[in-house]
Each structure stands twice: as C-alpha cells, then as structure tokens.
Design a protein around this ligand. Structure first.
Ligand SMILES: *Cc1c(COP(=O)(O)O)cnc(C)c1O
Length: 367
C-alpha cells in the first residue's frame, strides 16, 4: 500500500523520542498501575476538556459502560429505562447501554450533518426516558442547543460519546466531553488522541458520579479491600497514561494538520459522483475521519486499493442490522442504512502529507 488508510507507525514516530522516554521512565520506575502517571494525565486531560474530574479506565467501551452503571448505582436510572441514541454509530455506544439492561432508542441522523437529527428526538421521549446519548461521530460536534433544551425540559442526563472527537468544540466554545453530564473517551490507537494499546476515560464535573465510576473501575472499591459495588478491573495503566500525556500536548497541533488535509479534500475533489459531507465551522470538527459518499462505493474502494490507497467503511453494517441485536433486524432506518451502503472514509491523520493527499485527489477526480 503506497498510502495506507492510517499508518500508526508514522503517527507514533511524530513524537517518537518523547514517547520512548516516557515509556522508559515508567518501565524503570517499578510502578505500573494507579500511580503518578495516571494522576498527571487525569489532571491534564480534565483541564483540557474543562471538567472537574477525569477517571482513566481500560478502554472507551468501558468508559461508556461505567457512566450508565454509575447512574444505576446512584439510583438515577434502572434497568428497563430508555436512552435516546443515534442509530448511526459504532456498536460500542449501543453495547454500553444494553450491557446495563437499559433500552437504546435509535434515532436517525441527518444526511448532511451525519449526526443525530434533533428534530426526531422529542417524539421518542417517554416516561421511561432517562438520558440522551450523543455521539460526536467522525469528529463532528453533535450537540445542539435544542438537545440541551430537551434535556432540561424532560430532566434527562446528557451523555457524550467523545471517542472520535478529542479537542472538538461547540459554537459556545465548550469542548466536547464537557458539554453533557458525563462523557466517555476512547484512546484506541487510531483515535485523535491514541495510546499504544487500549485506554479510555470518563470526564464529568459531578463528584458523586466521578466517585462511583472510580470505584466501579477498580473492583467496586473506594478503600483497599472494602467493596461498595460489584465492579471490575478496568484501569488505565501507567505506561499508557504516560504516553497519552505526551500526545495530549500535541493534540491541538495534530488536529490542525487533520483540518488542513480535510480542507484540501473539500477544495480539490471535483468529481460529481463523490459527495462530500457538509462543511461546518472549523472548531466544530476535528476530522477524526473524512467520510465521502458514492453510489459506486465498493467500486471506488477497489479502484483506490488497486492504485495503492487504503480506505475504510465506517461502518458497513449498522447496529440494528447486527446478529447480536436480532430483535431490531427488521427495523427500517433508511438514513442510517444509506450511510452504511454509501460511506467511504479517505485517509486522514496527523502524519499523512499534503503530497499524498494530492495524489489521492487526482485518483478520485479521474474515477
Ligand atoms: C472507538 C469507539 C468507541 C469504543 O472505544 P474503545 O476504546 O475501542 O473501546 C466507542 N464509541 C465510538 C463512537 C468509537 O469510535
């Protein structure tokens, strides 16, 4: 592959010396869990996002699971309650809800913004609805004032899935991850802020929620050998925390490079059969992915691959069509299905060069 979809080797090499130094520091410290590295990263990340608390945990799925589980432990939600969630998302958002015995209520996206259609939310609210979970998918801000108003009107918790949008902002300047009551973040290697393995975090300014989540992710314990909840072991290790703290310093700069790449695509892709997503104000998109839409999507994928360019579909089968959710398989969600059938993500990231992007554009324009 001349131009891979994402070269993690190149991404790491951008800050390679500092990352190696951080890893070695932890290796030589003899302290590998629940130490200074977690403390420092959690403080720095909470400060960056703009919340009082950050709790590191094992991965992004766990971060989301812990938010809902903590609301159940605090008596704010109970199994059987409903959570409004976009139908077009990565499966993990939905898994976090069903894992807790809560019921996802799938809401279609708008095809121009690709995010949850806030016109369709109010009609789906019932007396069992306890939360709206928004997903800043592809790196695009999904929050709207309307969603905030609905949460206040119906006394609903607002949970953000910020796995794909580290550093993204709403129009009022708040950073995604600080807008709702709690947010789940993933540090999977390919994310905008990625570790060298699995990692995740919850951000919130709610002290009770933060305390419950910290306990749940540590066997349910707040005090050594005393167990308040039946928790699990879901911690961020010291090596990953140290790596993340290095990469956090460069996140804004790395996101700016993604913007440059995205703008190059916007300005230079001229093939009328390749549809680009709506351009939204710069601060509201950190371009985790660059999705395009094409009637001949599979041919486009094969053509690019034959010419040495890697692309990925996000996501080929939506949650309601998966075998694990058989009960929803007959549901019709045309916008979500349209995205699954026509979406293709072009290469984008902190290490791809504009020369490479120009090569991809030339290929796209002669498809
Ligand atoms: C990556 C991702 C997750 C899950 O994060 P992991 O760290 O891989 O468990 C959740 N939601 C969305 C939207 C994601 O993209």
């Amino acid at each position: 592959m001349d131009i891979p979809f994402l070269s993690l080797k190149d991404v790491t090499a951008l800050h390679g010396a500092e990352i190696s130094e951080a890893v070695n520091r932890v290796v030589n410290s003899g302290w590998y869990l629940q130490g200074k590295e977690n403390e420092r990263f959690e403080a720095d990340y909470a400060c960056f996002i703009g919340t009082k608390y950050c709790i590191g945990c094992a991965n992004g799925l766990d971060a989301l699971i812990w938010i809902f589980r903590a609301y159940i432990e605090l008596g704010i939600m109970k199994p059987g309650d409903e959570v409004i969630v976009p139908a077009n998302t990565y499966i993990a958002t939905i898994l976090a809800i069903t894992e807790n015995g809560l019921i996802p209520v799938l809401v279609e996206p708008r095809l121009n913004t690709l995010e949850i259609n806030d016109d369709l939310i109010e009609e789906r609210i019932t007396d069992k609805t306890k939360a709206i979970c928004i997903v800043h998918l592809y790196g695009r801000n999904a929050y709207t004032e309307r969603i905030g108003q609905l949460c206040r009107k119906y006394n609903l918790k607002l949970v953000e899935d910020n796995a794909q949008a580290h550093g993204c902002k709403h129009t009022d300047g708040r950073i995604t991850g600080s807008i709702g009551d709690a947010a789940g973040h993933s540090f999977y290697p390919g994310k905008n802020l990625g570790a060298l393995g699995d990692g995740g975090a919850v951000t919130t300014s709610d002290p009770e929620l933060a305390a419950a989540i910290r306990a749940l992710a540590n066997y349910g314990s707040q005090k050594k050998y005393v167990f308040k909840y039946t928790g699990r072991n879901s911690r961020l290790d010291e090596i990953q925390a140290a790596v993340l703290d290095v990469k956090l310093k460069y996140l804004v700069e790395d996101n700016l490079h993604r913007k440059e790449v995205a703008h190059y695509y916007y300005e230079h892709i001229k093939n009328p059969i390749i549809k680009l997503p709506d351009l939204i104000p710069d601060e509201q998109n950190v371009y985790h992915l660059y999705p395009v839409f094409c009637e001949q999507r599979d041919e486009l994928h094969d053509y690019l691959e034959a010419n040495g360019v890697g692309t990925v579909i996000h996501y080929p089968v939506p949650p309601h069509k998966q075998e694990c959710y058989k009960e929803w398989n007959s549901m019709s969600l045309p916008q979500t299905e349209y995205i699954a059938d026509h979406e293709l993500s072009l290469p984008i990231g902190p290490s791809i060069t504009i020369e490479e992007v120009a090569k991809i554009v030339t290929l796209l324009n002669s498809f």
